[in-house]
Design a protein around this ligand. Structure first.
Ligand code: GDP
Ligand code: ZN
Length: 356
């Protein structure tokens, strides 16, 4: 055997020994543990350890000694919620904290040792029934000044019925509405926009815009400046695109209408709050197809169609439901066009769903 051959032989044996050692080590370690699925908020255990000194102490040094630690509660703003955890922003720092039931993005909370202890009283809310459990309430956002209802003029087409549902829910929760009409670059005939006059007449601010061309975006930024605003809308109306147009660094994922994203890159699946440089707070919510109404009674509903009020006073029956009672002045006003017939139709449809 030449010198070179001897050296090769030696290398091969070394390699084989290394492989064997590797095999032995993996067998001793047992089957590979599966990694837990990651949530939108990255809640990997490593992160918890890193961020929570109490947890990492216990893990690395056995049971923690019992010590009395004086902890001060801090106040913060909930900017995101994941399974069992939430992001809380306070004193310029974002912490991941253990959550508590019923928490919503926009909530002001007291927390200590990275655990939320208390939800502070809410100024306003935007709520709807939980899609997975219609008997439970889901607060989409708390403490908002303005609910921006994003709609599009086409693809998907304008749905005044959905706007009316939102308007009722917004009034129920105490915030102010703003109608953001996106995709105006697709308007073929200005008459398509006439329906919006109903809402202007009701005093609802209407901003026409196009996330694609940038038209109307400065006006929208001006209307929201310094306020806490939650963006809602039917999937595909361009809500994420509008938010990106307002603040490009948000870089929210957008998608083609009707496409299923195969890469698992999602458009919004849970609410999240973003704080802009001018202190405007924008809350993004999941796109929805149906907007259920929560805790609204049929009598209360009448009050949310404020333009009926003056006519309702003259209905024959004081408790007129405006569903067709003789002498109903609301029905009469809709026939004359003093009330938009579409609004009366919405009221009747919503009323029916509330009674179901
Ligand atoms: P979201 O589901 O409401 O968040 O909607 P996306 O922002 O994901 O947008 C849905 C689709 O509408 C995408 O294909 C966007 O490119 C498109 N889109 C958004 N804004 C506009 C707009 O102003 N004009 C046009 N023509 N298309 C838009
Ligand atoms: Zn009536």
């Amino acid at each position: 055997m030449t010198r070179q051959e001897k050296r090769n032989q030696k290398d091969l044996t070394k390699l084989e020994r290394q492989r064997e050692l590797q095999k032995y080590r993996s067998a001793a370690a047992g089957p590979k543990a599966e990694r837990p699925p990651r949530s939108r908020l990255d809640t990997r255990t490593e992160d918890w350890d890193e961020m929570d000194p109490v947890v990492s102490e216990r893990k690395h040094k056995g049971p923690a000694p019992i010590t009395l630690v004086a902890t001060a509660t801090e106040e913060g703003l909930v900017t995101g919620i994941g399974p069992g955890v939430c992001r809380v922003y306070g004193k310029g720092v974002v912490s991941i904290c253990r959550s508590m039931p019923g928490l919503a993005v926009g909530d002001r909370v007291r927390f200590e040792l990275r655990c939320v202890r208390e939800i502070l009283p809410r100024r306003t809310t935007l709520s709807r029934p939980d899609p997975r459990n219609p008997k439970a309430k889901r607060v989409l956002a708390a403490n908002v000044d303005i609910v921006v209802n994003v709609v599009s003029v086409s693809s998907p087409p304008l749905r005044p019925g959905l706007i009316d549902r939102y308007l009722a829910a917004i009034q129920r929760g105490g915030a102010k509405p703003l109608l953001c009409v996106n995709k105006i670059d697709l308007v073929q005939d200005p008459r398509e926009l006439e329906v919006l006059n109903i809402y202007r007449d009701l005093g609802v601010p209407v901003v026409l815009c196009s996330a694609a061309t940038g038209a109307g975006i400065p006006e929208l930024i001006g209307a929201l400046a310094g306020l806490t605003c939650v963006f809602t809308g039917h999937s595909g109306v361009g809500k994420s695109s509008v938010l990106n147009a307002i603040c490009p660094s948000l870089a929210l994922a957008t998608r083609e209408v009707g496409t299923v994203d195969k890469r698992g890159k999602h458009t919004t699946t849970s609410s999240s709050l973003h704080i802009l440089a001018n202190e405007t707070k924008l809350i993004d919510t999941p796109g929805i197809r149906q907007f259920g109404l929560w805790e609204i009674g049929v009598d209360e509903l009448r009050g949310y169609f404020q333009e009926f009020g003056a006519f309702a006073l003259r209905c024959t029956y004081a408790d007129c439901t405006h569903m067709g009672e003789p002498g109903c002045q609301v029905q009469e006003a809709a026939r004359r066009g003093d009330i938009a017939p579409a609004r009366l139709a919405s009221y009747l449809r919503i009323r029916e769903t509330l009674l179901e």
